[in-house]
Design a protein around this ligand. Structure first.
Ligand code: MN
Ligand code: MN
Length: 383
C-alpha cells in the first residue's frame, strides 16, 4: 500500500516536472526526471565538485586552490590545482615524488623550466591555449612573463597530490645544515648565509626581471614538453560541437596522460559513452553543463556544473555531457590518465551489434528498432 502511494506520488511529481519543463523556455532545467523512480545520485559519491566557487588561498605573488581525493573522494587517480601568478611572479623550482603534472594555460603567458635525470634541460614559453607535461620527479618551475595575471590548471595523475607535498628548492635549502650546504653546493659560508631560510613556494617578481627566452642546448633525443591544444584541428566536428584531442601520439612526452577540449553548441550533448582505459577529469572552461553518470549496480547520477567546476568519471563508468544553456556554447577541458584516447559510444555499440540481439535485449519490435539512427555521431543536437 505504502509503495503504491509512493509510486503514485512519484508519477504525479514527474508529470508535474515534465510539464513545468515543457512550459519553460526549454533546455535550461536538468531533464533528470524518470518514471522508474530512480533517485539520482542516491548511495553514490558526488561526481562533481563546485571548484569554480571555492576561495583561492592567497600567496606571495599569486594564489591557488586545489581539488583531490581529500575534498572530492571520487577523484582517486587525479587531482587538480588552479593557480594564478602575478606578472613576473615565480612558482619556485620544485618536483613531485608521486605525480606527473599535465597543465593547460587558461590565460596569460608563462615560461617553464624543466630538468630531467638524463641531463635533459628545457625552457619554453607556454601561452593561453597551450599545455605542458612534467614527468613525475623532474625538477621544474613556472613564471608569469606577461603583463597580465596568468591563470593555469594543473592536473596531477595521483588523487592524493597536494601542493603541500611538493619538494621545493627553498624548503630544501632552509632545512639543510649550513656545513652540508657549503660543501654540497661548493659555496662559501658568506653566500650560504644569504640563501632563503624559510619555504618560499611562490615569489613575487616584476616583468623587468624577465629575461629573453634562452633555450638550453638540446640533447637530440630530448622530447619537447610543451605543446598546444586549443589551436589544434578538431578530430571530430559537426554542427553540434567539436572535439580537439592531444594524446601521446602527437605529444609523446605525455606518455601516460591525454586530453581533449569538448565544445558543445547550446543544448547539444556529448552522447552516452565510456572509456575502457582511463578515468576522466573535467573542468568547465566556459558555460554550464549537466554530467550524467552510470556507475552500474542499479544506480545513476546527474550533476550540474558551472564554469570552473570539476567533474570526475572513473574508468569504465558510462557518461554523457550536455550543454544546459539555450544560447551560450560550452567548453570543457577533459583530461585522461592514459596517453591513449579510447572511447566506446552507446549508439555505435547498438548499431554494430546484430539487430536480432538488440531487439531481444531492448524488447522492442522491428518498427521501433528501425527508428534508431544508423549514423552514430559523437554529438547530439538540442531536443
Ligand atoms: Mn609542479
Ligand atoms: Mn568521456
Amino acid at each position: 500500500m505504502f509503495k503504491r502511494i509512493f509510486l503514485f506520488a512519484a508519477v504525479l511529481f514527474c508529470v508535474a516536472t515534465t510539464s513545468a519543463q515543457t512550459g519553460s523556455s526549454g533546455g535550461a532545467a536538468p531533464q533528470n526526471n524518470s518514471l522508474s523512480g530512480v533517485q539520482w545520485g542516491a548511495g553514490l559519491p558526488r561526481f562533481a565538485y563546485p571548484f569554480g566557487s571555492k576561495e583561492f588561498e592567497q600567496l606571495n605573488g599569486g594564489r591557488s586552490r586545489q581539488v583531490g581525493s581529500y575534498n572530492f573522494p571520487i577523484s582517486k587517480n587525479m587531482a587538480g590545482v588552479l593557480m594564478e601568478l602575478d606578472p613576473g611572479a615565480l612558482r619556485e623550482l620544485h618536483w613531485h615524488a608521486e605525480a606527473a603534472e599535465w597543465a593547460y594555460v587558461i590565460s596569460g603567458q608563462t615560461r617553464i623550466t624543466l630538468t630531467g635525470p638524463g641531463g635533459q634541460a628545457e625552457v619554453a614559453d607556454v601561452n593561453a591555449g597551450e599545455i605542458w607535461y612534467f614527468p613525475k620527479g623532474w625538477g621544474h618551475s613556472i613564471q608569469n612573463i606577461g603583463h597580465e595575471t596568468t591563470k593555469f590548471v594543473l592536473v596531477l595523475n595521483n588523487g592524493e597530490f597536494t601542493e603541500q607535498s611538493t619538494f621545493n628548492l627553498s624548503d630544501w635549502i632552509s632545512h639543510t645544515p649550513m656545513n652540508v650546504l657549503t660543501e654540497g653546493l661548493g659555496i662559501p659560508l658568506s653566500i650560504a648565509n644569504q640563501l632563503p631560510n624559510s619555504v618560499r613556494y611562490m615569489l613575487p617578481g616584476s616583468i623587468s626581471s624577465v629575461g629573453t627566452l634562452k633555450k638550453p642546448a638540446k640533447n637530440p633525443k630530448q622530447l619537447p614538453h610543451a605543446f598546444t591544444l586549443l589551436s589544434r584541428t578538431p578530430v571530430f566536428t559537426d554542427g553540434n560541437g567539436t572535439l580537439k584531442l592531444v594524446t601521446a601520439k602527437e605529444f609523446p612526452a605525455s606518455f601516460n596522460m591525454s586530453a581533449a577540449i569538448i565544445h558543445l553548441e547550446p543544448g547539444s550533448m556529448r552522447g552516452l559513452h565510456w572509456h575502457p582505459n582511463a578515468d576522466e577529469w573535467q573542468m568547465v572552461l566556459n558555460g554550464h553543463m549537466e554530467l550524467m553518470v552510470f556507475p552500474s549496480g542499479g544506480k545513476g547520477a546527474v550533476e550540474t556544473l558551472n564554469q570552473g567546476d570539476v567533474g570526475y568519471v572513473p574508468k569504465g563508468y558510462g557518461h554523457a555531457l550536455k550543454n544546459l544553456s539555450n544560447d551560450k556554447p560550452l567548453d570543457v577541458l577533459v583530461v585522461f590518465n592514459s596517453g591513449e584516447y579510447q572511447s566506446i559510444d552507446l549508439n555505435k555499440w547498438l548499431a554494430l551489434t546484430p539487430s536480432e540481439v538488440v531487439k531481444i535485449n531492448l524488447q522492442i519490435p522491428e518498427d521501433r528498432f528501425s527508428q534508431f539512427p544508423r549514423n552514430t555521431p559523437l554529438f547530439e543536437g538540442a531536443r
